[in-house]
Design a protein around this ligand. Structure first.
Ligand code: ATP
Ligand code: MG
Length: 421
């Protein structure tokens, strides 16, 4: 009888939620069979441990275990990587090459992000699963392999099927036994355990005392929805560990690290139609009203200051520089939302021409300095934008890629290339 707690210890899995235990149990039960397994769950829930559990508890444990990230390999070379090629089959194929399915013969292949496979590769994969057969790129010889396939995806596969991006027959073949890894918000009892584990790991790593949460902070931590799941919780814990000098964290401090409506004004818009709730829309309205009220108060303060001290008073301008800039930014945003060409040009006009309040030359100089210091490297800019987009969507590459206007695959490659976490 295999003890689930032993497995957790061996693979560094923290948590005791019944849904997590259930997923581990299923993985262990299916391990000794040769069935294909599909690991499903949102991004960041910890899917990557499961194929390893399955391999280690199978009769193939002494065979090879190869993990392939299907999203990271360019479409043009994926068939050759998986199934090999023969010399001369394409420019650059200088010699025969074995593919992963050949190398892993007798072992296990983990196809991570399987939803990213091109349709033509899906056909080849189906043949391996059905008949254990494949052919190298550029060859017509049918080769045999005995490989156990474990796949993982964070995609909504039924949706991908209905959109014609994923073959239904392949899905049923892969999904003989599904292992469902629950999102963190459905295993709230694990959140504090995970936090404690991560803060103790980071305390070791950065040689600092362990973080401590007060009761309010604990409450906030446990009730936060964690859309980026364990990956996000880990990142937040690392940020706090590095940035906070005090090791006692109260609710206010913790809130500062949790993305909220103020930074992500309309999160509910990205939810599928079915998930939109009245309460989330109401929350958005509250937030908009709240922001408007804050702007009004800022404006009132600004007008009062000007009335009391006169608009030539540089102190007033210095104190209100942030508000002035913010108002100006809002104005720019409105311009950008329009499509007329001349409107766009306006956004590049010098601050003084459109600013509602004249800004003292000192402040312009300050702005110019900031501008010069800013890195103009395209690569840096790209990296920065990618990081911003990933942060905005809590690491969800699909949404980030959408916002950046590039394909998920390109985003994936850039993340690897720039070594972005
Ligand atoms: N139960 C757990 N205990 C401790 N750490 C965990 C646990 N589950 C996941 N992690 C950690 O959380 C991070 C994210 O996990 P993982 O990479 O497996 O996510 P994933 O489900 O594969 O996400 P994606 O779909 O985005 O690839 C990793 O750093 C992993 O070590
Ligand atoms: Mg993963």
């Amino acid at each position: 009888m295999i003890d689930i707690q032993d497995i957790k210890q061996r693979f560094g899995i923290i948590g005791n939620a019944p849904a997590l235990n259930r997923a581990i149990e299923v993985a262990v039960q299916v391990a000794p069979t040769d069935l294909s397994v599909m690991i499903m769950g949102e991004s960041g829930v910890g899917k990557e441990n499961f194929p390893q559990i399955i391999h280690s508890y199978s009769s193939r444990k002494h065979g090879k275990y190869i993990a392939v990230n299907c999203g990271a390999i360019p479409e043009g070379t994926i068939d050759s990587e998986l199934f090999g090629h023969v010399k001369g089959s394409f420019t650059g194929a200088l010699s025969d090459r074995k593919g992963y399915f050949e190398v892993a013969d007798g072992g296990t292949i983990f196809l991570d992000e399987v939803g990213e496979l091109p349709l033509s590769t899906q056909v080849r994969l189906l043949r391996v699963l059905e008949a254990g057969e494949y052919i190298r790129v550029g060859s017509s010889d049918v080769l045999k392999t005995n490989v156990r396939v474990v796949a993982a995806t964070n995609l909504d596969i039924p949706k991908a099927i209905s959109e014609g991006k994923f073959r239904e027959d392949l899905f049923y073949r892969l999904n003989t036994v599904p292992v469902i890894v629950p999102p963190l918000r459905e295993r709230r009892e694990d959140i504090y355990l995970l936090f404690r584990k991560f803060s103790s790991d980071f305390a070791d790593k950065y040689r600092m005392p362990v973080l401590k949460l007060d009761d309010e902070a604990k409450q906030i931590l446990v009730s936060f929805p964690w859309p980026g799941n364990i990956r996000q919780l880990k990142n937040v814990t690392e940020q706090i560990s590095i940035i906070e000098k005090e090791r006692e964290i109260n609710g206010l401090k913790l809130r500062g690290y949790l993305p909220h409506f103020h930074e992500h004004p309309l999160p509910a818009l990205y939810k599928p139609e079915s998930e939109k709730t009245f309460s989330s829309e109401r929350e958005i309205l509250y937030q908009v009203l709240f922001d408007m009220k804050k702007d009004m108060n800022d404006l009132k303060k600004l007008v009062l200051d000007i009335m009391q001290h006169g608009e030539k008073n540089t102190k007033v301008q210095a104190e209100n520089a942030v508000i002035i800039r913010k108002l100006h930014q809002d104005e720019e945003l409105e311009f950008e939302m329009g499509t007329a060409h001349e409107v766009k040009v306006q956004t590049f006009a010098p601050v003084t021409t459109v600013s509602p309040v004249p800004i003292h030359p000192e402040h312009l100089i300050q702005d110019t300095e900031e501008f010069i210091e800013e890195s103009l490297s395209l690569e840096e800019k790209e990296k920065e934008l990618i990081k911003k987009a990933l942060n905005k969507y809590n690491g969800k590459r699909k949404h980030a890629a959408n916002e950046l206007g590039i394909s998920e695959r390109t985003l994936y490659r850039k993340i690897k290339e720039y070594d972005i976490n």
